[in-house]
Structure formats: structure tokens, C-alpha cells
Design a protein around this ligand. Sequence first.
Ligand code: CTP
Ligand code: MG
Length: 390
Amino acid sequence: MKICAVILAAGSGRRMELDTNKVFIKFEEQSAVIRCLKTFGATELFSDIIVACKAQERDIVKRKIEKYIGGGETVMICDGGAERQYSVRNALEFVPGDADIVVVHDAARCFVTERIIRDCVSSAIRHGSGVAAVKATDTIKRAKKGVVTETLPREELVCVQTPQAFRADLLKQAYQKAEQDGFLGTDDASLVERLGKKVHVVTGSPDNIKLTTRKDVDHGRQIVRNQESSDLRIGNGFDMHQFAQGRKLVLGGVTIPSDIGLDGHSDADVLVHAIMDALLGAARLGDIGGLFPDTDPQYKDIYSIDLLRGIGDLLRKYGYKIINIDSTIIMQKPKVSAYREQMMDNIAAALDMTREYVNVKATTTEYLGAVGRGEGAAAQAVCILQKQRR
Ligand code: CTP
Ligand code: MG
């Protein structure tokens, strides 16, 4: 399945009344057009993305793409036209002949989410089309010369947004017919409707606004703040190792004086292992067993704090920020409370995060079970990650 996107940035943004095109307005240091490209890229659905822009803005767009976009998809730039429809028509020339689905999106709708894009694409795969829309909340009337001529039934009305996704052949055919008939529409669906084909509606979002006037910029800043503080992921991790003679006892990267230590392929730091699994779990990146197999000689006796540092790097690469970590060592003896501070320092330093957001506790099991009998030690951890948009 080959899926392509067309991102429209070739307008003038006249109603915005700014010196620059509105698609270059920045939200949290990221321009609208780049925000769109990043969100589309993050879905990993697209083989090709075509950006339509004005000829005189091609260099700016090209530089921004080179600076910020580095995913697996091919990003092409094409010239826009005098009307939105002509920009799409030009972009369709760049859609590869074997594309199955084309998704058209306004760069001015830069708060689009991965969820909306995916839902539009899924609908296009199943039904041939998927157009984002929200239910009308205002009562809409037709009026001529200041006099109402008709009240439209609100329950039947939707406000249409982009993305608008279609089977590639359907969209190309719709654009050919519009061209032949000299029809000019304000969205892509209206051209497909003219073929007599059903256009399927997908739930968009009231936050998927199109930057049109100045007040949309303030509204957009609020939307970004909400989006950035809402994408939180929780993770939990658990680990247990048995005690063995002749081993060091390493917990939270601290070597604790003890006549026995925990057995394992690595340094058997159960606390750090539980934390790593919590972090990987929250990011849906698998688990430590998969990442650092205990059959691999390079991990023999490895200091687990070094592995934790690697996981911190991995999370950063995937755009996650660690909000906090809480953990518990479950061990009958020796007592570890004197080493907690050092453990928290080690963990925070490895993950390059502030100490105040890392916690380590310790408990016994009151002599119950394997841990209570002193056969081994366990640890559990929880964490919260925030997915960053940049
Ligand atoms: N667009 C385009 N080519 C055009 C006109 C518009 O690619 N000839 C794009 C815009 O860049 C925008 C989207 O289509 O991302 C929606 O159009 P609109 O909101 O009308 O943007 P502008 O035309 O730029 O704004 P205005 O109408 O206020 O001038
Ligand atoms: Mg316009």
C-alpha cells in the first residue's frame, strides 16, 4: 500500500494581515508547515509528501525541510497555483503513478493530530474516502440580501476540515473532471462528490483549526499548550534476581557492602532493570530482555546504569521526556536506606534529568515469600513520559 500526502502552503494568507505567509507562523519554535510535516511523518504511513508552495517561497520551504525533516519519506516541493484547487492539481502531477491513497491537507491546519490523519487514511482504504469534519454547533441559515431564505437542519450539518484522504485514482479523476467542467471548489471532497461518489466523513477535532485570522494565532498557542501537556504515557516495570555467593550487590548503580550479591548476566541491578522496563513500557519500545539479551556476551557483568543511559538516549530520539520515576526495592536485607540518595543521583544523572523527579524507596516483605526468606531481591518502578512534538 502506497500512501502519499499533499501539503498545501501556497496561499497568501491575506486575511491574516501579516507580512509573511501564515504557514510560517511559529508555535513553540516550529512553523505551521513544518508542524504539519512532522505530524504526517510521525504516523510513518507516507512514502511521499508533496508540499505546494509559492515559487518565491520555495527556498525558505526547502531550507526548513532540510533542517527539520529527516524521516523515511520522500519530501518534494512543487509550485502552487492561483487558487487552492490549482495548487492541488499541480501537486497531483508529482504523486507517483502507483500510489493507492492521496491525503490532501492545508498547511494552515497545523494542529492536526496523528489520530485524525490515521482515521482519514483508514477510511480511504476501506471506503475510498475519509474527510475530517466536526458536527456543526451553530444553526446555519441561507440568507440573500440580508434576508433568511432557509434554515438548514443542524443535525445533518458538519464543518469540513482537512485532511481529506481519497483513493488516488478517484481524486485524480475528480480533478480531471473539475478541470474539464471549469468547476472551482473550496475543498477536495466537493470535486469527488461531483463524480457521484460517496464521500465518507471521519471525526476531526475542534482543535484542528485553520489559521485564518489573527485571533486564530492566540487560539493556536492555547491548543499547542494543551496538546503538549496532554500526551502523557505511564509505564511500569518489575524485576527479581536471586542471591548468589561471590557476587557484588549493585542497586541503583551503588555497590552495597554485603557478603552476597544478586546473580545475573549483567550486574543484576534489579532496581535499574525495573526502571528501564517501566521507561520502555511507557514508550512501547519493548523490554530490556529484547533490547539487551542475556545471551549476548557484550552485556556480561555490564554496569546497568550504562544501559539506563542508553535508554535515556533512545527515549530522546523517539521524542519522549521523562516526567518522573518512582521505584521500590523489595529486599529483606541488607538495609539500603543509607544508599538511597546516591542511587537517585546515579539514576537522574544517567537519564539527564532533575533529581527531584526520581524517587527510590525500599521495603521488606516481613519475612514472607522468597524475598522474605532472603533468597533474592525484587524491584518495581513506575514512570510517566511525555511525548514531545519536536
Ligand atoms: N493554498 C494553496 N494555494 C492557494 C491558496 C491556498 O496552497 N492558491 C493553501 C494555503 O496555504 C492554506 C490552505 O490552502 O494552507 C487553505 O487556504 P486558506 O486558508 O484560504 O489560505 P490562504 O489562501 O493563504 O489565506 P487567505 O485566503 O486569507 O489569503
Ligand atoms: Mg484562500
